[in-house]
Design a binder for this molecule. Structure first.
Ligand code: ATP
Ligand code: MG
Length: 646
């Protein structure tokens, strides 16, 4: 098969500021040394780091046992994940430092020091044990972004009960599917959570899920957050404030095996039916700790804010486990970015003096659309480092982030990784890497990322192909819950010994990685395979365009034709001439091959609840097909509207 054609050339380069590099946790020398160490003896590299970074109750002998796709890391070792995050800080100066600074959407604030968080987690662990939760039992957590969410997952980790966090925006049928798939007997939820000024009735959603299935659920533990009326099933439902708050603050954490499952997380489902990704304890602990320190350069005095929800892997790894292991101060916010006004994030950054800020391209594009004034009225001088994750960031959005938020001063880390990888895999290191807008740049030390052809051979510079990880790494997924066949076929099916999770990419002459989009979304025009990212970025680089999604439609002549769905920054008077202009703009940026056969303007694009564009559904619309699985769609009305416009 032919490789994916690469079309976009981005020439802007940003060197690390020498003063930043000088103070960086990972500077050029250490970076070189780590890369060489990993290249020389891969297993010794990981063994050394694991012994240095983690608090082991029992040491391991075997660093890695690998029979693709099944890996075991540090297998004889024993440790406790909550201890890594909390107990280890209690005899240091971190004890009385803020672990979580929380702000509710209505404006209330709470701060928990490490010591206080430790006490709460111990109470929750004791309450869960009292309910009958045993090590190995899957506990479903369906909570708003309140401190209890972090407390609940840490309490589960403390007693060895794998958590399965379900994002609070999911509906009853999604809860039911996930609870049943994981055979979870315990659920932790809240009466409600605040979102854009309204209460999301979480307990009602759980009730509805349980009314239609999940016969094995024994208890539902309920946090009182919004005070809305809830229905109560006496023998099943338990108030958090009745049990957790009165439980003992003493809990002796037991050590668990390195490979003990830490959590299950169902992926967002951009490409199809959600799957329960299983992560193990020690390898995940190691890599989230290291990547947080390296990529975000966290220092004791930082206030770090990752705007993701703990319902996604980003929240697991870079709100809870990575930052807490590093003793960082975490900002946590419950609500919407545009409530009460579109400047809420910048208001929080200013008031709390946030120093490190990590968000998603979808949010950045929304801020661009809402207008610069909301940003400019705030003092953002506390910021020193910015990050992005979730989708390829179009170079124009990168530049906006760099100029408007980072004031051309803050390095940007564009981090490529997945639910399945557990932690960041490809990313700039802020004190080392010359950044290029739109590129996630280079794999981190120890990560063996390559671009290969369909036959599994490495391809040359600027040739698009499959992004694979050749060697296993500690935080890789261990399984798809209850479905080892799906695990094997899904990730080690296309290439027997290399991990492949679906993205197309190229590497430029400097070795930088460019994610070109999902392989499933590749468009084949007259035998040329085009990634979605580059055409979309060409569209977004036009001043009138805010967001763009390109998808294929069957075409008799060319095989497939390109259809572009576009949202605009401003109202346009003459839409027909703007279409022609955008078409010409794409041709000018990329070439005649990429000329869209059709451009459609729309108010919004269909997205997953984690904010990713669902091209699969757009392609269904463009091709006049019935839309496929829509359970993870954020807002169904967007799809209906697009269909009506058809
Ligand atoms: P599903 O696998 O169920 O379809 P998903 O892939 O959207 O869902 P995640 O694991 O949250 O679920 O997302 C990982 C994917 O997000 C990557 O495979 C990639 O396509 C995209 N992605 C994440 N970060 C980046 C980035 N920095 N640059 C480009 N793409 C990114
Ligand atoms: Mg995926």
């Amino acid at each position: 098969m032919t490789n994916i054609s690469s079309t976009l050339q981005e020439t802007r380069r940003f060197k690390p500021d020498p003063s930043f590099a000088q103070q960086a946790n990972l500077g050029p020398q250490l970076y070189q040394a780590l890369k060489e160490e990993a290249a020389q003896d891969y297993e010794a590299y990981w063994a050394r780091l694991a012994r240095k970074e983690l608090v082991w109750r029992k040491d391991f002998q075997t660093t890695l046992e690998w029979e693709a796709p099944f890996a075991k890391w540090f297998q004889e070792g024993e440790l406790n994940m909550a201890e890594q995050c909390l107990d280890r800080h209690l005899n240091t100066a971190t004890k009385h430092k803020a672990a979580i600074i929380w702000e509710g959407e209505p404006g209330e604030q709470r701060t928990l020091t490490y010591q206080q968080l430790h006490a709460k987690v111990a109470q929750c662990a004791n309450a869960l044990l009292e309910m009958g939760v045993k090590a190995g039992d899957v506990v479903t957590v369906y909570l708003p972004m309140i401190p209890e969410l972090a407390i609940a997952v840490l309490a589960c980790a403390r007693i060895g009960a794998p958590h399965s966090v379900i994002f609070g925006g999911f509906a009853p049928n999604a809860i039911r599917d996930r609870v049943e798939d994981a055979d979870s007997k315990f659920i932790i939820t809240a009466d409600g959570g605040w979102r854009r000024g309204s209460v999301i009735a979480l307990k009602d959603n759980v009730d509805e899920a349980l009314a239609t299935g999940c016969p094995n659920v024994q208890n539902v533990l309920v946090v009182k957050r919004t005070n809305n009326a809830v229905k109560w099933t006496d023998e099943r439902d338990i108030w958090w404030h009745d049990t957790v708050d009165s439980a003992s603050t003493k809990h002796q954490a037991q050590a668990f095996n390195a490979e003990h499952p830490l959590f299950i997380l169902y992926t967002s489902g951009t490409t199809g039916k959600p799957k329960g990704v299983v992560h193990a304890t020690a390898g995940y602990a190691l890599w989230t700790k290291l990547t947080t320190r390296w990529v975000f350069d966290l220092k004791p005095e930082d206030t770090y804010w990752c705007t993701a929800d703990v319902g996604w892997i980003t929240g697991h790894s870079y709100i809870v486990y990575g930052p807490l292991q590093n003793g960082a101060t975490i900002m946590m916010y419950e609500g919407a970015p545009n409530y009460p006004e579109p400047d809420r994030f910048w208001d929080i950054v200013e008031r709390h003096q946030v120093t490190v800020f990590y968000t998603a391209p979808t949010a950045i594009r929304a801020f661009m659309k809402w207008g610069d004034d909301h940003v400019l009225k705030h003092d953002l001088s506390s910021l020193r480092l910015l990050g992005t994750v979730g989708e390829p960031i179009n170079p124009e959005a990168w530049i906006w982030y760099h100029e408007l938020i980072g004031k051309e001063r803050c390095p940007i880390v564009d981090t490529w990784w997945q639910t399945e990888t557990g932690g960041i895999m490809i990313s700039p290191l802020p004190g080392v890497t010359t950044t290029v807008p739109g590129s996630a740049t280079q794999p981190l030390p120890g990560i063996d990322a390559h671009i290969v052809s369909g036959e599994g051979e490495d391809v040359g510079p600027n040739q698009g192909g499959y992004l694979v990880i050749k060697k296993p790494w500690p935080s890789m997924l261990r399984n798809i819950y209850g479905n080892p066949e799906r695990f094997k076929n899904g990730y080690y099916g296309r290439f027997e010994n290399f991990y492949f999770a679906g993205d197309g990419a190229r590497r430029d002459q400097d070795g930088n990685f460019w994610i070109m989009g999902r392989i499933d979304d590749v468009i084949n025009v007259s035998g040329h395979r085009l990634g979605t990212m580059e055409i979309e970025s060409a569209l977004v680089s036009h001043p009138a365009v805010c967001e763009a999604a390109v998808v294929p439609r069957p075409d008799d002549l060319k095989g497939q034709a390109i259809v572009a769905f576009v949202t605009l920054e401003v109202e346009a008077d003459d839409l027909e001439s703007l279409k022609a202009e955008l078409s010409d703009h794409v041709v000018q940026e990329i070439g005649a091959l990429a000329r869209p056969a059709e451009i459609r303007f729309t108010d919004s694009l269909p997205k997953t609840r984690s904010g990713k564009i669902m091209r699969r559904l757009l392609s269904d619309i463009a091709s006049g097909r019935e839309a496929g699985d829509t359970t993870t769609l954020e807002d169904a009305s967007v799809l209906n509207k697009l269909r009506d416009e058809d």
